[in-house]
Design a binder for this molecule. Structure first.
Ligand code: AMP
Length: 494
């Protein structure tokens, strides 16, 4: 291994923005104005190093390198080339010395060393050679011959990564950030559950973990939903403890679940081992009576968590935020702690959560930053809109303000100018790209829900008087160009 490569291997893994992506942060943003790991993610190899990929394919697809000495020696040449290119790619920063590449390279080198001293002279040596070929095959399968990327399934981890990467711990704390954008999860699609969906989220990072922060964050979402007139809003809250008390509760839960294992479905049976908290999430009808008998975390919180939870509830009451305690509301990841909440709304069927959030004081540290308090939420925009539509609260689609019906070349030039002026004045304008008979144009204006049709023909242009038709009542009036703008402005203001 070259010296450069050896040095690189020692570097601790750093989480940073992917090449060619960037963070939009305050003050620049002013100009622009959760159990995710177990969910299936969209991952792929980006920017693969072609010569490594073709060497690796040749090596792993080789039918039987131990068939005769000639093939055996050709195979060894390929592996030795691969090792040389692999090390060079890492040294040149073409490849990361990632947690997968390090053991892969070591495995390939170890097996290659054994292979170099092996011939095919007897059955025993042949067997040894075959074992090495198999080891090399396996090691190559875990090698990452490019950048291993995952489409983000949520954005909290990205926000924490940005907080660290941009040294935001130096800013006055806490730092309050928001985001919106598409997320990707390979879930079974159904109403309100998509593989590409949109989230609007906010995070409060750094400073204290005062319960007032938790309550204010929740109050903010509830106020937002209230302004949107979202119907049937229900806020559920819970505390899931911290690293002192939660592990003990999880063990207790696991022990209780083991006693009733036979009565649980296969998913919950698996979760007893992997993540017993997630059993509480189960919607399976047959499991409900069993879950009802399980111990509640509220009875097993440590004193600090108990005090924090009581204070969050008190703070919510002070703000007039109505909540329901739901002991089954959990988040599966270790870095979530204490406050968790979920907001549901009507008209969504089984996927009725429009917002999920919680406190995650351990996440920044987990990503390589300093110990940092954190709390945030994500609103599912698709579901929010669905719910608003179902309850008739979504704003009706707005038609155009003005449809310009023009005929003739001279009128076209005037129409283009009129469209420009009207758009500049803030009106939405439809300007047909080709000439239409007035009858057809007016029909089209109607279909688009336009409020007015501006009629521009030869007469209007030569007289300098433009005809404005109000489509709702069919009334018509003539205006000079400046009067027309003035009239429309006045109408708009009404
Ligand atoms: P989570 O990040 O899982 O806490 O989700 C936060 C919110 O995002 C949920 O309450 C949903 O409103 C929304 N959401 C999560 N997954 C999906 C999905 N697959 N399709 C649509 N919305 C989703």
């Amino acid at each position: 291994m070259s010296e450069g490569a050896a040095k690189k291997e020692e570097k601790p893994r750093k989480f940073q923005a992917i090449k060619g992506t960037r963070d939009l942060l305050p003050p620049e943003t002013a100009l622009w104005n959760r159990d995710v790991v177990s969910k299936e993610m969209y991952s792929f190899l980006d920017n693969a190093v072609p010569r490594l990929v073709s060497l690796a394919n040749a090596i792993t697809d080789w039918p039987d390198p131990t068939r005769d000495e000639a093939e055996f020696s050709a195979y060894k040449n390929y592996v030795s080339n691969f090792i040389r290119e692999y090390e060079r790619a890492i040294a040149d920063d073409e490849l990361h010395s990632s947690s997968a590449n390090k053991p892969a390279l070591q495995g390939i080198k170890d097996s290659f060393n054994t292979l170099s001293g092996t011939s095919l002279k007897d059955d025993q040596s042949k067997q040894l050679a075959r074992d090495c070929v198999r080891q090399i095959y396996l090691a190559m399968r875990i090698a990452e011959l490019g950048d291993y990327l995952t489409l983000r399934p949520e954005a909290t981890a990205s926000v924490c990564r940005a907080y660290i990467e941009h040294g935001m711990q130096q800013l006055p704390q806490p730092v309050k950030l928001y985001y919106m954008g598409p997320m990707f999860r390979r879930e079974r699609p159904q109403k309100g559950r998509y593989r590409q969906f949109y989230q609007i989220g906010a995070e409060v990072l750094g400073g204290s973990d005062a319960p007032a922060i938790d309550a204010e964050v929740i109050e903010m979402v509830m106020t937002f939903f209230d302004r949107l007139e979202l119907q049937g809003v229900q806020l559920d809250i819970n505390s899931i403890g911290d690293r002192n008390c939660r592990p003990k509760y999880i063990e207790l839960l696991r022990a209780e679940l083991l006693k009733v294992k036979d009565k649980l479905g296969p998913d919950s049976q698996r979760r007893i081992e992997t993540n017993p908290l997630r059993v509480l999430d189960s919607k399976l009808e047959s499991e409900q009576p069993i879950i009802a008998t399980l111990p509640h975390i509220a009875d097993h919180l440590c004193d600090d968590c108990k005090t924090h939870y009581a204070a969050v509830k008190h703070q919510l009451e002070m703000r007039g935020v109505i909540y329901r305690e739901n002991w089954r509301l959990v988040r599966g990841l270790d870095y979530y702690m204490r406050t968790t909440f979920e907001i549901t709304a009507q008209g969504l069927g089984s996927q009725n959560a429009v917002c999920g959030g919680g406190r995650y004081d351990g996440l920044v540290e987990l990503l390589g930053g300093p110990p940092t308090k954190g709390i945030g939420f994500a609103i599912g925009e698709d579901r929010l809109i669905l719910s608003l539509q179902e309850s008739g609260k979504a704003p009706a689609q707005q038609g155009r303000n003005v449809y310009i019906a023009w005929m003739g070349e001279r009128a076209h030039a005037t129409a283009i100018r009129a469209a420009k002026d009207l758009r500049k004045a803030g009106f939405s304008v439809e300007l047909p790209p080709v000439e239409q008979k007035f009858g057809k144009a007016l029909g089209q204006a109607d279909k688009l829900g336009a409020k007015y049709a501006l009629i521009l023909g030869d007469n209007e242009v030569s007289e300098g008087l433009w005809t404005l038709k109000t489509l709702a009542d069919g009334s018509q009036a003539k205006y000079t160009e400046p009067d027309l703008l003035e009239h429309l402005r006045k109408q708009k203001a009404l």
